[in-house]
Ligand binder design. Structure first.
Ligand SMILES: [Cu+2]
Length: 344
């Protein structure tokens, strides 16, 4: 039997809770899958209480206004949960998105025309809980055919490989499954061109039992073929080359950071993600609740994505970049600025 005197876990981080209880106890509490309704409700209450007592510290960040199709600080911690309704007892999340063609100044000498979603590269980070119904209403206002192909599990007719013509509307509807870090992108040929010009984004499906509280950050790596030679001349995190080198991402000392990292670089088959002066725990494709390894370089083929967790005890500026150094040197490089936490 479970001893409920451990209700004190409401002030304990959820990760500690998982270390403290056996798998059988977690199953009884509904904190692992395959549980009854009563267990699920109990588990959810405990987690919500634990989360209420855990403060995530996020230093302020400046988001400058821009007319350009990329604004990296705005992408970092921006999650689109959609318009939520209940239909036949189910949570439905509706996302209205528009494909557009719009300019982006990649650097002082390189103008670029993007194909994008809602005027931004990368597109919105859609987020749902496993089992929710997803309804994406896709308006094509870009001037020529595009589509939205989601990774995850869905019916053939929702696979998003058929062209949606200019001025047409397509509704993609499917269940959010399985939990993990996924992506979406245009699937019109040549796909390398449609993705390379910016029509892609992240799709996060949270597990039914939420992950422990953390400062959650999206980093998407991509390349820009600026002269149509089917090679990338520039690279970027979250749309704009070198942005986070010039404007390091502030994070709090000793704060759990949860990175959602996606490699969507076309033409180069592989890129790594390397973090300086630290190690991170890897949750491959975000498909597990426990990490599979700890390292400081993770290798990703195109479209691979992971959750990486770490915290910095040392303060100051620390770089992150692919260790294919020519990719890093051509714009896919950034820094975290670890801000000291005042001692209580
Ligand atoms: Cu397209």
């Amino acid at each position: 039997m479970i001893n409920f005197s451990f209700i004190v876990i409401s002030v304990m981080p959820v990760s500690n809770l998982f270390n403290t209880l056996s798998r059988r106890q977690l199953l009884q509490l509904g904190l692992l899958s395959g549980t009854g309704l009563a267990g699920s409700i109990l588990g959810l209450n405990l987690l919500t209480q634990a989360q209420k007592n855990q403060k995530v510290m996020i230093p302020p960040i400046e988001i400058p206004p821009t007319k350009d199709a990329a604004n990296p600080p705005a992408v970092l911690r921006d999650f689109d949960y959609g318009t939520v309704t209940q239909e036949n007892g189910r949570t439905v999340r509706e996302f209205r998105v528009e494909a557009r063609t719009s300019p982006l100044q990649l650097n002082n000498s390189t103008p670029f025309v993007t194909w994008n979603l809602n005027g931004r590269v990368p597109g919105p980070t859609f987020r749902a809980i496993e089992g929710d119904r997803i309804r994406v209403i896709f308006y094509n206002k870009a001037g020529h055919s595009h589509s939205l192909h989601f990774h995850g599990i869905h019916a053939a007719e929702m696979d998003g490989v058929k062209p949606v013509k200019h001025n047409a509307v397509q509704i993609y509807e499917f269940d959010a499954q399985p939990f993990g870090v996924h992506l979406y992108h245009c699937h019109i040929e040549p796909i390398s061109r449609h993705v390379g010009k910016g029509l892609y984004g992240m799709f996060i499906v949270d597990p039914p039992t939420p992950r422990p509280p953390a400062d959650e950050i999206v980093l998407i790596m991509a390349g820009y073929d600026v002269n149509d030679d089917r090679k990338n001349e520039l690279y970027a995190f979250n749309g704009l080359p070198d942005y986070y080198m010039k404007n390091p991402i502030p994070i709090q000392q000793d704060q759990l950071i949860r990175l959602y990292v996606l490699n969507l670089i076309e033409f180069d088959p592989v890129a790594t993600f390397h973090l300086h002066a630290n190690m991170f725990r890897v949750y491959r494709t975000g498909r597990t609740l426990e990490p599979s390894e700890e390292t400081d370089v993770i290798t990703m083929g195109t479209a691979e994505r992971h959750i990486l967790e770490f915290s910095f005890h040392e303060t100051g500026k620390f770089m992150f970049h692919p260790h294919q150094d020519y990719i890093a040197e051509s714009g896919c490089m950034g820094m975290f600025d670890v801000i000291p936490t005042p001692k209580a």
